[in-house]
Structure formats: C-alpha cells, structure tokens
Write a protein that binds this ligand. Structure first.
Ligand code: COA
Length: 154
C-alpha cells in the first residue's frame, strides 16, 4: 500500500537517488546519463523542504516523489507548474505515480486556476501518463520542439 506524506529535508538523499535512477531508466537515450553526487543531494534536500513536495512510501521505502510551484519557463506566478514527478522503476505501473499526481493536483488546484507540465517530445511513458491523469497536450514547445507541454484548468 502506498502512503503519500510531505517531504522533509532528510528525504533529500533518497529523493535525489530516485530522481537520478528513474530519469536514467525512463529517458534512456533521449537524455544524457545523470550522475548522483553530493551537490545533487544537497540541492534536492533544500528543494523538497519548501512545503510543496511529497513522497510516496511503500513499506517505509521512498518509491517516488512529486513537487509543484509557479511556472518557471516561462516565468508566470499565476500559472502553476507540476515541477517534477518521478517513481523508482521497481515500482512503475503500480499506481504510485497516479497517487502522487492526485496529491499534486489537489495542491495545484488550491493555489492556481491553471497549471502546466513539461516533458520530452517522443517520450510516450510520460505523455501517456499525463494524458491518463487528466492533462491535455498543447502546441506550446521549448528547446526547438524537444520539450512539449500539457495543461489543465481547475
Ligand atoms: C511517468 C511515471 C511517473 C509514471 O509512474 P507510475 O507509478 O508508473 O504510474 P502509474 O502506475 O500510476 O500509471 C498510470 C498510467 O500512466 C500510463 N503509463 C505509465 N507508465 C507508462 C508506460 N511506460 N508506457 C505507457 N503508459 C504508461 C498508463 O496509462 C498507466 O495506467 P495503466 O498502468 O493502468 O495502463 C514513471 O514512469 C517515472 O517516474 N518515469 C521516469 C521519470 C519520468 O518520466 N518523469 C516524468 C517526466 S517529465
């Protein structure tokens, strides 16, 4: 059974590990291989303690995490953004991502009227996931079309 709880600074190392591992497992050849190092752990430890991040636990192990905030690129304080969602690959396709998304959407809806999420073009894993969880593909792209965006209103 999956439990969603607010992230704390002490989750930084596990969150960083899940981020690196799930990105490498998911993105494959679409992105350069990521490395887990002390700088990344320090950055995630600071990031996840800001009150807008949650972890999913299964048997007291962090299986995934999610965070929200205002839109960063383009900067728009009125538009919410699903910042990052990641699930450790041994737990894929077990509903962990959906449980994290439910928490993120509840919190986005409490703070914003509309939200955006960016992902890679030609990446069906995330694109199918976002469509399944209620997001709609837009025509807004970044990085010469290498990133595509999804939006939803509340
Ligand atoms: C995308 C991700 C968060 C999904 O997490 P998850 O826990 O596996 O998601 P769920 O089990 O809740 O899946 C919900 C639905 O999403 C879709 N989905 C999930 N993974 C999929 C895949 N590999 N291929 C196609 N559809 C997929 C399916 O419709 C799935 O429903 P189903 O299993 O009943 O068919 C996870 O694969 C991940 O962390 N990937 C690496 C990092 C990443 O891509 N993050 C987002 C990029 S911006």
């Amino acid at each position: 059974m999956v439990t969603i709880r607010a992230a704390v600074v002490g989750d930084g190392a596990e969150v960083a590990r899940v981020y690196v591992a799930s990105s490498n497992d998911g993105f494959g050849e679409l992105m350069p291989v990521m490395v887990l190092d002390g700088g990344r752990v320090a950055r995630w430890s600071k990031t996840v303690a800001d009150g807008n991040w949650w972890v999913a636990e299964i048997d007291n192990t962090i299986a995934g995490f999610v965070g929200i905030g205002p839109s960063r690129d383009p900067v728009d304080p009125e538009l919410g953004e699903l910042d990052t969602i990641a699930v450790d690959s041994p737990y894929w396709r077990r509903g962990v991502g959906t449980a994290l998304m439910e928490k993120a959407l509840e919190q986005l809806a409490a703070q914003y009227d509309e939200a955006i999420v960016w992902t890679l073009a030609n990446y069906p894993q995330a694109q199918t996931f976002y469509t399944k969880t209620g997001w709609t593909l837009t025509t807004q792209t970044r990085n010469d079309g290498h990133q595509v965006s999804y939006r939803r209103t509340f």
